[in-house]
Design a protein around this ligand. Structure first.
Ligand code: 5GP
Length: 210
């Protein structure tokens, strides 16, 4: 069946482990999913590579991308811009892959408005103290940034109910499979299968006429 892919938004508190989850999902099912690489004005963290984690941009470059409408959505997050480049997403959807956007809540809400068929998942750790522990253990952020991210998490918690699915990231393996099942289930929704339904109806008409 030659079908367009689904646009998938994955949000979750900073430190919820969504990056690890998505990486594992892509590793297990490389033919089904593609990950969009965002543009950002924040500086690379140690170990991050241009074009792999992000496309790192100056504020001026980022604003040019906005002006040229090269981004599907963008948002400000803890003093920096983050946005989703359009070309890659459109190409992969056309190829029939489900494209994952790992973005924060404002961006997620813009995607929902522009692409009502997108599926929105929110990843949360089992408890809030687990979230703090993961942020501290990561060791890449200053205490001030950790505090801003926890503050932001409290704000984002208000928006969890806007998502289609909540995924509790307790045990990685189980969580990855759960996400995969949710997304495969989405492909079975009738509104995503108009062409197939039309074909079956047509065939039935023909059989009736024979
Ligand atoms: P980090 O700095 O930890 O890599 O990302 C900070 C936040 O920005 C995360 O919640 C991440 O999901 C979000 N983010 C990353 N890329 C994008 C994007 O393209 N658009 C939006 N709206 N948020 C993004």
């Amino acid at each position: 069946m030659n079908k367009k892919g689904i646009l998938i938004v994955v949000s979750g508190f900073s430190g919820a482990g969504k990056g690890t989850l998505i990486k594992e999902l892509l590793r297990r099912y490389p033919k089904k999913y593609a990950l969009s690489v965002s543009a950002t004005t924040r500086k690379p963290r140690e170990g991050e590579q241009e074009g792999r984690e992000y496309f790192f941009k100056t504020q001026e470059e980022f604003e040019k991308m906005i002006a040229k409408e090269e981004l599907i959505e963008y948002a400000g997050y803890v003093n920096h811009y983050y946005g989703t480049p359009r070309a890659y997403v459109e190409q992969k959807l056309e190829e029939g892959k489900d494209v994952i956007l790992e973005i924060e809540i404002q961006g997620a809400m813009h995607v929902r408005e522009k692409f009502p068929d997108a599926v929105l998942l929110f990843v949360t750790p089992p408890t809030a103290s687990e979230l703090q522990r993961r942020l501290v253990d990561r060791g890449t952020e200053t205490p001030e940034v950790i505090a801003s991210r926890l503050q932001r998490a409290a704000e984002e918690a208000e928006g969890m109910a806007q998502y289609d699915y909540l995924v509790v990231n307790d045990q990685l393996e189980a969580c990855v499979e759960e996400m995969h099942h949710i997304l495969q289930g989405e492909h079975r929704k009738s509104f995503r299968n108009h062409r197939f339904m039309e074909k079956v109806k047509e065939e039935l008409q023909q059989l009736k006429g024979e």
